[in-house]
Design a protein around this ligand. Structure first.
Ligand code: AMP
Ligand code: GLY
Length: 426
């Protein structure tokens, strides 16, 4: 038996658990805290995923062979460090290595040092914002304002005017809209192009790149409305120059972190804009994306658990991970009010009508009175895998329409031509 402790409680963690156990009957899963979906494939243990000492204690008590860290906040809180101190193998970066996500100014400076292509930028704080204001003026306000720290994907404002950009900076520095995460801001040039997420797994030295994907962060069709945690995702993006991105972005980042004495082991995620002058990094994440994990892992053509173990222990085979043929489309069903708020406690019906070959990853669900009720903004992600994008999309939508809860809504254009030009190799 291999005992795996997955840290987190969203759709990504359900997908991670599913992938670890896929095709195996010798894997025992614990998910902390988990959700209504992980309860069906694992033992859920209720704890705070950012309580590093509690996670390490649980891993010790249960003699976990591997801890898999899902959320950024858990990595930033030092869950990996606490596991190392207890001699437990862990897939996920130390807090120092996770700085690549938890501080955007750290990431930008590292990219500049390592020659990794990224938009020009400036950063500042309330007592020192001269360079930020000058940068906004120089670019006529056409820039992107980002809270430096972790802000649940909501700390980024795309601006087209000086007033808007200054207002976004004020919201961080003066109004503390993102709390301490916005004590420092980064402003950067507005880039144009198609976006792609390129994820790799690494042991701190070797990089093994996973199938490419794209998420849809905006709430409404046509990529309009407020940013969310992600309303759906598609994989792969065949037109993305993966080898170039490994060579110019992922490998240099892994090398730079190792050379600084903070090697990164886990999943390194590069959010890339494919501009006319080549790929440019929008952000690094120190973990699988959510919902990218829900489409990338189903397309992985090699067992996930040995990959994660190799990241933790060393010995990742460099190159491109084996991919299944075909495409994956994942559509997220959200609660009324999301992303501003979320109505919860609604009874979820119709899951038994979802086809057996469609994956139903739970996020905001919990068991209640023998059934399931909603417990968060993003409730479920239904992922269909098929030979081509159109069939995967059709299948995902046919099945999500069988699921019901009061106030449920979802985007209608995940995987649609036009919404994901790269997916069809434009
Ligand atoms: P981030 O969390 O930094 O990836 O930003 C969230 C979203 O904001 C990205 O997925 C992009 O759609 C957009 N974005 C971020 N940086 C830029 C940029 N420099 N130019 C244009 N759009 C950007
Ligand atoms: N889907 C984007 C993220 O997980 O950051």
């Amino acid at each position: 038996m291999t005992r795996v402790l997955i840290v987190g409680g969203g759709g990504r963690e359900h997908a991670l658990g599913w992938a670890c156990a896929r095709g195996r009957d010798d894997v025992e899963l614990i998910v902390a805290p988990g959700n209504g979906g992980t309860a069906r494939i694992a033992e859920n243990v209720s704890l705070d995923a950012t309580d590093a000492a509690a996670v390490a204690r649980l891993a010790r008590e249960r003699a976990a062979d591997l801890v898999v860290i899902g959320p950024d906040a858990a990595a930033a809180a030092g869950v990996a460090d606490a596991c190392f101190d207890s001699g437990i193998a862990v897939f996920g970066p130390t807090a120092a290595a996770a700085h690549i996500e938890s501080s955007k100014s750290f990431a930008k400076a590292l990219m500049d040092d390592a020659g990794i292509p990224t938009a020009r930028w400036a950063s500042g704080s309330a007592s020192d914002r001269g360079r930020v204001d000058a940068f906004i003026d120089e670019h006529n306000g056409r820039c992107v304002v980002k809270a430096d720290g972790l802000a649940l994907g909501k700390g980024v404002v795309v601006c087209e005017s000086v007033e808007a950009a200054r207002g976004a900076v004020d919201a961080c520095l003066q109004e503390a809209r993102f709390g301490a995460a916005g004590d420092r801001v980064v402003v950067e040039e507005l880039l144009a192009g198609d976006e792609v997420s390129v994820l790799c797994v690494t042991d701190g030295r070797n990089v093994r790149v996973l199938p490419t994907s794209r998420d849809h962060k905006r709430a409404h069709d046509g990529d309009t409305g407020p940013n969310t945690g992600g309303m759906g995702a598609v994989a792969p993006m065949p037109a993305a120059p993966v080898d170039l991105i490994v060579r110019r972005v992922l490998q240099p980042c892994v090398d730079a972190l190792r050379e600084r004495g903070t090697p990164f082991a886990g999943c390194l995620y590069a959010g890339i804009m494919l501009t006319d002058s080549g790929p440019q990094v929008l952000e690094f994440n120190a973990r699988f994306g959510d919902p990218e994990a829900q489409v990338v892992l189903p397309l992985l053509g090699e067992p996930a658990l040995p990959l994660f173990e190799a990241c933790a222990r060393g010995g990742v085979q460099p190159g491109t991970a084996v991919s299944r043929t075909g495409c994956a489309v994942g559509v997220v069903a959200a609660s009324a009010g999301y992303p501003a708020s979320a109505r919860t406690g609604e009874v979820i019906a119709g899951l038994e009508d979802v086809a057996d070959d469609v994956l139903c990853f739970h996020a905001g669900t919990r068991e209640h009175g023998g059934g399931l009720v909603t417990s968060g903004g993003r409730v479920l992600c239904l992922t269909a895998v098929a030979d081509d994008l159109a069939s995967a999309r059709e299948c995902a939508y046919a099945n999500i329409s069988r699921v019901r809860f009061d106030g449920m809504w979802y985007r209608a254009d995940i995987g649609a031509v036009g919404a994901t030009a790269l997916a069809i190799g434009r």
